[in-house]
Write a protein that binds this ligand. Structure first.
Ligand code: ATP
Ligand code: F6P
Ligand code: MG
Length: 319
């Protein structure tokens, strides 16, 4: 193998830059040529490909977002789109591709594998929703961002003796909401993975009010419902007034946490090693504090269950 390329795809995640740096520098260290593909699969289709040197990834380990830019690319979901991407891969003599992104980006890589392109996938998404790895790049930074915001909301919730609903990203997964709820001391956490029980939430709010607790924070995962919907339900069913705070894209921004930089550095280098070792279709990740690589197919099997005992713990601790 003489030349590989790297791209970032799907929603950006803090730590993607640290992963790009790791891929590029490890590849150069191993004597490979390495190119950066701009704008994800869209850039692959359009041939937005540049050869990288050591200096191309200088001063980026601490930066949020992705210097390669990212995209959601419907054209790549079509055979025609992928055929155009294959022309560029051949034109640039790319023999292996590192795809940094989420589950959708991994599906895209799997399609390229079927067309004969060896791919190594690096999990990077604030959603933490990739089967086979305990942690994705970006999750830790987003978690710290959300907890920081919950702390701030609690100040005003306490001062005004109000209940707040904080809507957290995560697409269909509740990981970010669960960890942020526990870390932020939320009174209730509502997740797509757990049946929604309006009575239980109302009872918790009422019993804490009767004990003199006048404020509360409900953390809601976006995949369950919208915060506005939940506020309406609580108003209609129990006459409970809440303020709504939808955190939105601020959760994807900011300088990556030290932990995200470390795992990004580990994952990126491991992805290059898997390509060099001749593996054609792999993903890297973390299991029991160890960096691993595994067959990409595993990502598309059923997702491990979220540890819902953490919801019970959060509720026990916030009575
Ligand atoms: N089944 C598929 N076949 C081919 N390409 C796909 C497929 N699914 C997704 N992709 C490609 O991957 C891109 C990114 O996927 P998606 O928008 O789901 O984000 P992601 O990688 O899961 O990241 P995140 O969820 O963090 O935003 C898509 O826009 C598309 O170009
Ligand atoms: O940035 P977009 O395209 O609006 O996508 C938002 C989605 O992307 C994510 O931020 C990352 O997958 C999800 O949590 C969220 O549902
Ligand atoms: Mg995804």
């Amino acid at each position: 193998m003489k030349k590989i390329a790297v791209l970032t795809s799907g929603g950006d995640a803090p730590g993607m830059n640290a992963a790009i740096r790791s891929v590029v520098r490890k590849a150069l260290f191993e004597g490979l040529e390495v190119s950066g593909v701009f704008n994800g699969y869209q850039g692959l289709i359009e041939g937005k490909i540049e050869q990288f040197q050591l200096g191309s990834v200088g001063d980026i380990i601490q930066r949020g977002g992705t210097i390669l830019r990212s995209a959601r690319c419907p054209e790549f979901m079509t055979e025609d789109g992928r055929a155009k991407a294959m022309e560029q891969i051949k034109l640039h003599a790319i023999e292996g591709l590192v795809v940094i992104g989420g589950d959708g980006s991994f599906k895209g890589a799997n399609e390229l594998v079927k067309l004969g392109v060896p791919c190594a996938c690096v999990p990077a998404t604030i959603d933490n929703d990739i089967t086979g790895t305990e942690f994705t790049i970006g999750f830790d930074t987003a978690l710290n961002t959300v907890v920081d915001v919950i702390d701030k909301i609690r100040d005003t919730a306490t001062s005004h003796e109000r209940s707040f609903i904080v809507e957290v990203m995560g697409r269909d997964a509740g990981d970010l909401a669960l960890w942020a709820g526990l870390g932020g001391g939320a009174e209730s956490i509502i997740l797509p993975e757990k049946p929604f029980n309006v009575d239980a939430i109302v009872n918790r709010l009422k019993s804490s009010t009767s004990r003199g607790k006048k404020h509360s924070i409900i953390v809601l995962a976006e995949g369950m419902m919208s915060a506005t919907q939940l506020a309406e339900i609580l108003k209609k069913e129990a006459g409970i007034e809440t303020r709504v705070s939808i955190l939105g894209h601020m959760q994807r921004g900011g300088s990556p946490s030290a932990r995200d930089r470390v795992i990004a550095s580990q994952y990126g280098a491991r992805a290059v090693e898997t390509l060099l070792s001749g593996k054609k279709s792999s993903a890297v990740g973390m299991r029991n504090h160890k960096v691993v690589d595994y067959n990409l197919e595993e990502v598309f099997t059923k997702r491990e269950k979220l540890d819902l005992s953490l919801v019970d713990l959060a509720e026990t601790l916030s009575i």
